[in-house]
Design a protein around this ligand. Sequence first.
Ligand code: BEZ
Length: 204
Amino acid sequence: MLTLHQSPASPFVRKVVVLLHETGQLGEVTLKQATGTPLEPGSLPVDINPLGKIPTLERPDGCTLYDSRVICRYLAERAPKGPRLYPEAPRLWEVLTLEATAEGILDAAVGMRYEVALRPEERQSSEWLEAQWAKIARSLDALESRWMGHLAGPLCMGQIATGCALGYLDFRHDARNWRQGRPALADWQARFAERPSMKATVPG
Ligand code: BEZ
């Protein structure tokens, strides 16, 4: 049995769990709750992942896997059925770049969350926060202007990652109003959020 060290609030974990739903593999993975922060590792799996991050996937017959991109690639490859989440090249390069864009949005958005939630107010850097948001805003603009054709295509890991990234912006950065000026992306997100896999994994 595979063991996924996870927390439902983590958008990186959400990518993995959505994939498990979409590929019918939920029953093959034990979900083990891990709590902690970069300041206080708590029950984060530091003994099997030196980075102490979630998701981490323990396998009985192979090395422990991290991070979410490695885990998703592994689980997609072993899926007995379901959509081809990583298609053949050349489309594969688009999927991986879209996934990397969503991952970059998440890195910046989670970093902002930590800055506000873990540092005393007087030591928070508004310049750093705004620089992170600028990175996110540029990426959202790129999704709106260049990626809508791909997002409208067959289900892939890039779409799942994008759906989870936008869901996290709603969860932790709602006041930034990411939909403003991005109507096509907002429409796509509203439809994607209706998938049973996304509804089953809403953070909160
Ligand atoms: C959060 O609560 O925002 C969060 C939790 C785990 C990983 C990343 C973010």
